[in-house]
Design a binder for this molecule. Structure first.
Ligand code: PRT
Ligand code: ZN
Length: 284
């Protein structure tokens, strides 16, 4: 029995998907343009597909689980269960207009033409606000639609914003935030679920490691209570005696987002020689 996972063959989600699996300790070869491979050390079979096809393959049970952008799921709803957001492939679906356009707000889109590959999400967005615009569905190179006179605005995925900028466009509204997500067929047999649970456990350890840092510092012994308050860690920090009398080394784990907020307080409390290291896996 192998769990069948569908990932994008080539594109913006492929590298992130492969890297996540490898960081979960799963080895497989993904060369030679293969369509499917069996993992060497985990009961997983990987299918390499076009991203748009993944929700349907999972809903139909051709694959048990898949990795896909939330934008695809929102545009083509399928009977799949959303299991876990994966923290990569982040982008937003945004409305953009030529720099010199008088359109500044979604309400200015009344009576305008908007080119997009996401007619459903855009249609819902406009309907909710009672905005009547003409949607032109095109599948690629949406960003050139205004310059060739096809549309007054576009609705497209944006990550860095470079594509909009180099096409003389500016964003006026975000209509959806998206990232890669793990989805599953809702009726999974029990043995399938057992393997999926193992995979989810590994994925969560990797994601949680990515959000945290390992921190080590030296400090006078008398500062242990104050520094432990600032760095509570998973249970409490580890305190190791230094060779220099009266000094200790304190080790802990801290959320990356909290680190810069406590650094000044740590220094004020007497911490020095602070090292911050990446964590590979974090098992709570
Ligand atoms: O062949 P296949 O159908 O599998 O691939 P595709 O060409 O349809 O999809 P692909 O690889 O472009 O995107 C796959 C998924 O990656 C999307 O469904 C999103 O969930 C996610 N993603 C993340 C993005 C981007 N970031 C992104 N920037 N998808 C597309 N883009 C486009 C964007 O529309 C723009 O045209 O990349 C271009 C560059 O973006 P900037 O803002 O960084 O310049
Ligand atoms: Zn696609």
């Amino acid at each position: 029995m192998r769990l069948r996972l569908a990932i994008q063959k080539q594109g913006k989600l492929s590298e992130g998907s492969v890297t996540l699996l490898r960081r979960c300790g799963i080895s497989f070869s993904n060369g030679n343009g293969k369509l499917r491979v069996e993992a060497e050390n985990f009961p997983l079979e990987i299918f390499f597909l076009r991203d748009d096809d993944i929700p349907e393959y999972v809903a139909d049970g051709v694959a048990d689980i898949g990795i896909v952008g939330e934008n695809i799921l929102a545009e083509q709803p399928a009977d799949v269960e959303r299991i876990e957001k994966l923290g990569f492939g982040r982008c937003r679906l945004a409305i953009a207009v030529p720099k010199s356009s008088p359109i500044n707000d979604p309400n200015d889109l009344n009576g305008k033409r908007i080119a997009t590959a996401y007619p459903r999400i855009l249609g819902d967005f406009l309907a909710l606000r009672d905005i009547r615009a003409e949607i032109h569905t095109i599948s690629g190179s949406v960003e050139i639609a205004p310059s060739i006179g096809l549309a007054d605005a576009i609705c497209d995925l944006v990550s860095s914003g470079n594509t909009l900028f180099s096409n003389g466009l500016r964003e006026t509204a975000t209509i959806l935030d998206s990232e890669a997500i793990l989805i599953a067929n809702p009726c999974r047999p029990a043995d399938c679920q057992t393997i999926l649970n193992k995979l989810i456990f590994r994925i969560r350890s990797v994601l949680s490691a990515g959000r945290n840092k390992y921190i080590l510092l030296n400090a006078p012994e008398k500062t242990i209570p104050e520094i432990s308050r600032l760095l509570p860690g998973m249970r409490s920090p580890t305190v190791v005696q230094l060779a220099k009398p009266g000094w200790v080394s304190i080790h802990s784990v801290i959320a990356e987002t909290d680190f810069w907020a406590v650094i000044d307080e740590l220094k004020a409390a007497g911490a020095e020689g602070i090292l911050v290291l990446a964590i590979d896996q974090m098992i709570a």
